[in-house]
Design a protein around this ligand. Structure first.
Ligand SMILES: CC/C=C/CC(=O)SCCNC(=O)CCNC(=O)[C@H](O)C(C)(C)COP(=O)(O)OP(=O)(O)OC[C@H]1O[C@@H](n2cnc3c(N)ncnc32)[C@H](O)[C@@H]1OP(=O)(O)O
Length: 719
């Protein structure tokens, strides 16, 4: 919809109306076509201003329409009609002008932006390219290098940067529509020929081929298999080398390929999934919209190791006052120095003042007496955490929320050590905590909805993708990781190498394969967990029993490497070898290959040829199968929660949507069939036994992912 009004006698004001972001739905496009026609045919109108309702110009094409048969007037002729108009059309940009919204503005003859507005062509993050002329007009307006940067990254620019780049003509701190109307009146009657961007020649660039080659290489490296960034480069190249109409034809051709690609569907699913996880719900029926978060002004962090330092930085950068507690003086001083350094570097990057004075450092836990929320981040040891929780319960004012940063421990057990278990939740941060975007907010059976709402809100303020999950071993992310890593170990036993497994996973789109990742995080981490679980047999057992633990197949390979002192990058040796401690350059290690051969010989294992497909199916389907168990157990409320966790925190390639979306794309029947096949071949591996929910979904005709909830609900109501 678009409203039409005459202002200042001769200016037609067209207001896009489609809350919350005035997306260009069929009705909005029709509204624009009708109102522009009306303005152009009215002899009393000398100029036109286009703005958006409620302080937002336009968030772009309506992404919800992409999955359906698109009706209504298409964008390209609509924008072309505006550009060809014989009266000046001025875009009054407040809030956001993104995607099709900016393309609409580029069709206008002038653009006036509010100083707080943000502009961009983020189509690439939805698996698309700016295909309403954006890839052809922007390079003509601001030059090839700047357009390539904006279009291939999808980044939003501030009004100030937009002015500097030449995207907008004026920036105002005042009422944007008033400024645009005044501006429109001032340019009415002037020739519009110099204002039609599609008629501009693309600014000439020396070494054009070299520039495109360089950008293409950079994009290919970072795209990890995503096709949209590559198509974006190709579209801009068309703008730089072809006349406008031919460039537009190329833009359409590239867009048609992207639009129907699974990648675009996956990325658009991610967009909505990221927003859906904010609408959390608990099995008790508590929900995001009925649970009020408590205000948090002052927070405390207990324990200033790697995690505690990162959490302190994240909290201070959010604007909270923080009490940072570390009982040992030396560690406290080291932590203070490290935290200050992180804050200073972050502030320099963002061009703001470092939030150093928001933090008070203390050795005394009594200092947290008046905080609203505490995040305990001491060593991952249940006895130590229990002791800290008891101290906190005695020290903190009534009603203080007690959060534990743990990656696997039982949140409910810790809660039971406090007089107010309803105030306890888990906050599972990922290292480095001030950088990583994921936060699992873990509720126990006794956590109050208010406590969950508060932790979720705090996570959002810290800029994290915050996902509420139930309490179980490893929560969602680490619980699913276990069968994935386990399969990788088994594949080594059966004949694969770390290089082969990692290459298959990296070609799939992970930034690192499982073994490179294990070297980075340290093999000793998993070793400690397995020891805690009673899985590690000191000195390594021999014979068949060495590969069976607790009645199921077990691979001691990781334990054996640790016994050789191979902890990964930090010791220069792990699954690979490294030139110096902490080096990221993994080199193949002949020792490891000989070790694997000797291991197989000792255990009577005959190496066989393993291909990439088997690596992917075994590792990924085992992980996905655990995802179905998690849904079945009610630990995650829906597949979107799992997918956001994997995309935001575990390196799952965004253009593949997340593990559950991927299973949906591959076909649930196929995933089930392959799991059955592998389970038959490896009956001693319970993680390969297909989950009953997966069977149920297949039996229900493999409904699309957004309808899985119906099957899960039906299953639970029958229990
Ligand atoms: C021919 C095909 C041409 C395609 C060209 C395109 O235009 S593709 C679309 C390009 N636009 C974008 O990628 C912008 C996407 N939106 C955003 O980045 C942000 O929403 C925002 C505009 C910066 C506003 O952010 P804010 O944090 O204020 O709000 P939310 O992100 O929570 O969004 C509010 C609700 O609006 C929904 N929504 C946002 N954009 C769109 C859109 N383009 N189409 C449809 N719906 C959109 C969003 O989903 C939220 O609704 P929920 O119900 O909460 O999910």
């Amino acid at each position: 919809m678009a409203a039409y009004k005459r202002v200042s006698e001769s200016v037609a004001l067209i207001t896009l109306q489609n809350p919350p972001v005035n997306a260009l739905s069929a009705a909005v496009r029709q509204g624009i076509v009708d109102t522009v026609e009306r303005a152009l045919s009215d002899p009393n109108v000398t100029a036109v201003v286009i703005c958006g309702q409620n302080g937002v110009f336009c968030g772009g094409a309506d992404i919800k329409e992409f999955g359906s048969n698109m009706s209504g007037p298409p964008l390209i002729p609509m924008i072309h009609a505006i550009e060809s108009a014989n009266k000046p059309v001025v875009a009054a940009i407040e809030g956001s002008a993104l995607g099709g919204g900016l393309e609409l503005a580029l069709g206008c003859h002038y653009r006036i932006a509010h100083s707080k507005a943000r502009l961009g062509l983020p189509e690439v993050s939805l698996g698309l390219l700016p295909a309403a002329g954006g890839s052809q007009r922007l390079p003509r307006l601001i030059g090839v290098p700047a357009a390539l940067n904006l279009i291939t990254t999808g980044r939003h620019v501030t009004a100030a940067e937009a002015l500097q780049l030449g995207i907008v003509d004026q920036v105002t701190d005042h009422n944007t529509v008033d400024a645009a109307v005044k501006f429109a009146l001032s340019v009415a009657g002037r020739s519009l020929d110099p204002r039609r961007i599609s008629t501009y020649p693309c600014p000439q660039q020396p070494d054009l081929d070299a520039l495109f080659e360089e950008v293409m290489q950079k994009v290919r490296r970072s795209a990890r298999g995503a096709i949209a960034p590559i198509a974006c480069v190709q579209a801009v190249r068309a703008a730089a080398t072809l006349p406008y109409t031919q460039g537009m034809a190329r833009e359409q051709e590239l867009m048609a390929t992207l639009f129907t690609s699974g990648q675009a569907r996956a990325l658009q699913y991610c967009f909505f999934a990221q927003r859906a996880v904010g609408r959390w719900r608990m099995p008790s029926g508590a929900r995001w919209d009925t649970s009020k978060p408590r205000p948090v002004h002052k927070a405390a962090v207990i324990g200033l190791g790697t995690m505690g330092r990162g959490i302190t930085v994240a909290l201070a950068q959010t604007g909270l006052s923080v009490i940072a507690v570390e009982t040992q003086e030396k560690q406290l001083m080291e932590a203070k120095q490290a935290v200050s350094g992180m804050l200073e570097r972050g502030a320099k990057r963002r061009g703001v003042a470092p939030a150093l004075d928001r933090i008070i450092y203390s050795q005394n836990i009594q200092a947290v007496a008046d905080v609203d929320l505490v995040i305990e981040a001491v060593f991952e040891d249940v006895a130590l955490k229990t002791k800290v929780f008891k101290q906190l319960s005695a020290v903190c004012k009534p009603g203080t929320l007690l959060c534990t940063n743990t990656s696997a421990l039982d949140v409910d057990q810790l809660a039971s050590e406090t007089p107010n278990p309803e105030l306890v939740v888990g906050m599972h941060f990922f290292a480095p905590a001030h950088v990583m975007k994921l936060l699992e907010v873990v509720y126990g059976p006794r956590s109050s909805p208010e406590a969950v709402a508060t932790a979720m809100q705090l996570g959002k303020k810290m800029g994290k993708a915050s996902v509420a999950v139930g309490n179980c071993r490893g929560f969602v992310g680490n619980r699913m990781l276990k069968p994935y890593v386990e399969q990788a170990f088994f594949l080594l036993e059966e004949g694969a190498t770390p290089e082969l497994v990692d290459r298959a996973l990296e070609e799939f789109g992970f930034p690192m394969g499982v073994f490179t990742m294990s070297d980075l995080s340290g093999l000793d981490v998993g070793w400690r967990v397995r020891k805690g679980d009673g899985l590690v047999e000191p000195g390594g057992a021999s014979g068949r029993s060495a590969r069976v633990r607790q009645g199921r197949r077990y691979s001691p390979l990781g334990d054996l490497l640790c016994e050789h002192g191979r902890f990964g990058q930090k010791t220069c040796r792990g699954w690979y070898q490294y030139d110096k401690p902490g080096s990221r350059v993994a080199r193949s290690d002949p020792w490891l290959h000989s070790f694997l051969e000797a291991y197989r010989a000792e255990h009577g294992l005959v190496a066989r040829r393993i291909d990439h497909q088997e690596v992917l199916e075994r590792c990924l389907y085992a992980l996905i199968n655990e995802g179905f168990h998690i849904l079945d157990d009610g630990i995650a409320a829906g597949p979107e929660d799992i997918d956001v966790i994997y995309v935001s925190g575990y390196g799952w390639p965004r253009h593949r949507g997340g593990p559950m979306f991927y299973a949906n794309m591959v076909g649930l029947a196929k995933v089930l069939e392959r799991l059955e096949h592998y389970h038959q071949a490896h009956p001693d591996v319970p993680h390969l036994q297909p989950c009953s929910l997966l069977r149920r979904l297949v039996a229900s005709g493999s409904p699309p992912i957004h309808r899985w909830g119906e099957v899960i609900k039906k299953l639970h109501s029958q229990l």
